[in-house]
Design a binder for this molecule. Structure first.
Ligand code: CMC
Length: 390
């Protein structure tokens, strides 16, 4: 028809207006509802930031307290959903388990998922925030072959999550405040990032008026891939391979530059940031501090820092404006906290949940929203007749 312009990978096309997050990729600026990420990460909590993203302004102390209480009250999973995990193999990747179980949430709440009813939208919001960390911890426990714990609602969001992951029935669990603070900060840094692939997926699915559980299950699937959230797991694998190959960082960088076997420097490059990712800067700051406080010495951190130095002084990376992104240093921190690499992207998903919810709600509250339906440029055969007699 001549109406469509091809925009491979949506490099130039805005799919929506949004008031949630601002990014200036050339200057390396990220703001949540106008607040610089550096200030949010320093001063806020995960749930306060979630409120800010979802409702647009900072909560009053009362609003925050009742938000927190409501979330704590919804942490229990239906016993049948606990048993849902039994049907999956223990070898399953926790991201597959996560998207399946979140998709399954919509089978439990069919009577309360009217997307046009503000009370039900609120309930979907609270349930997702309360239950995703529990589902995530069960995916972890399942892979370890350990019994699932029930949530402990006397604990904060992050501490409850840590206990569900690392506590056992055998011994009392004591939260390490260094781990708790570091994890809270990492989750805040992941809370929103405007129209990335998973958020765009949540919006596209949500634009059909599908409920929040189904939309976010699709977002989790989009996050799984190594070019998006899966990069944090891939970075650790890459660092371990460099260590084990005994060939050193310079040789690995050569392979990347020569595009040997399509190898990329995972945790580098970004569609929007053509400067240092401000989140990566904050994570890197935490890495030294937290590893020292936990008394962990990780040679993978040394390899990562050497890799960064080599890459940032090499023309291949300079000319393409490739810098470390948020996923470059997070894995080292998650590992120091005791999470296995397969849980890294799951942690990203918990962090990103408030952003997905905020975007789903922003889109749904906008009366001008239309179903998302991209165009294509047809390059197939011209009209032809079916062979006679076939
Ligand atoms: N290593 C080596 N070369 C790279 C890399 C990399 N990580 N990233 C981009 N390039 C090269 C790419 O080959 C291309 O070179 P050329 O012009 O010679 O063909 C040039 O840089 C431009 O890259 P592009 O593929 O057009 O960039 P994009 O905007 O389509 O892709 C990206 C962005 C994040 C998918 C890509 O940089 C990448 O694959 N990075 C590694 C995976 C990763 O770390 N992903 C996490 C992203 S941040 C958090 C998140 O979203 O989860």
């Amino acid at each position: 028809t001549g109406l469509s312009t091809l925009d491979n990978g949506f490099v130039n096309t805005a799919a929506t207006k949004s008031a949630i997050t601002y990014i200036d990729g050339d200057q390396g600026i990220l703001r949540y509802r106008g607040y610089p990420i550096e200030q949010v990460a320093e001063q806020s909590t995960f749930l306060e930031t979630a409120w800010l993203l979802i409702y647009g302004e900072l909560p009053t102390p009362d609003e925050l307290a009742s938000f927190d209480t409501r979330i704590r009250r919804h942490t229990l999973l239906h016993e049948d959903l606990r048993r849902f995990f039994d049907a999956l193999p223990a070898t399953a990747h926790p991201m597959s388990v996560l998207s399946s179980a979140v998709g399954a949430l919509s089978t439990f709440y069919e009577d309360t998922m009217d997307v046009h009813d503000p009370e039900q939208v609120e309930l979907q919001t609270i349930r997702l925030l309360a239950k995703l960390p529990v589902i995530a911890a069960y995916a972890h426990k399942k892979s370890l072959g350990q019994a699932f714990l029930y949530p402990d609602n006397s604990l904060s969001f992050v501490d409850n999550f840590l206990k569900l992951n690392f506590g056992t029935m055998a011994e009392p669990y004591v939260v390490n405040p260094v781990v708790s603070k570091a994890l809270e900060r990492l989750l805040i840094l992941h809370e929103d990032h405007e129209q990335n692939a998973s958020t765009s997926t949540v919006r596209l699915v949500g634009s059909t008026e599908a409920n929040m559980y189904s939309s976010i299950s699709a977002g989790i699937s989009a996050l799984y891939g190594p070019l998006h959230g899966g990069a944090n797991e891939a970075v650790l694998k890459m660092l371990a391979e460099i260590r084990d190959s005994g060939q050193g960082v310079a040789r690995f960088v050569e392979r990347v530059k020569n595009k040997e076997d399509g190898v990329k420097l995972m945790g580098f490059g970004h569609r929007v940031y053509k400067n240092y990712d401000p989140r990566a800067r904050l994570v890197k700051e935490s890495a030294d501090e937290v590893l020292a406080a936990l008394g962990v010495k990780d040679e993978l951190l040394d390899i990562a820092m050497e890799l960064e130095q080599v890459a940032l002084s090499d023309d291949y990376f300079i000319s393409r404006r490739l810098y470390p992104n948020v996923d470059f240093y997070t894995g080292i921190l998650y590992k120091a906290m005791g999470f296995p690499p397969r849980m890294f992207t799951v942690l990203f998903a918990i962090g990103r949940l408030p952003g997905w919810i905020a975007h789903w709600r922003e889109m749904n509250a906008d009366a001008t929203t239309k179903i998302g339906r991209p165009q294509q440029l047809y390059i197939g055969s011209a009209a032809r007749d079916w062979p006679a007699g076939r």
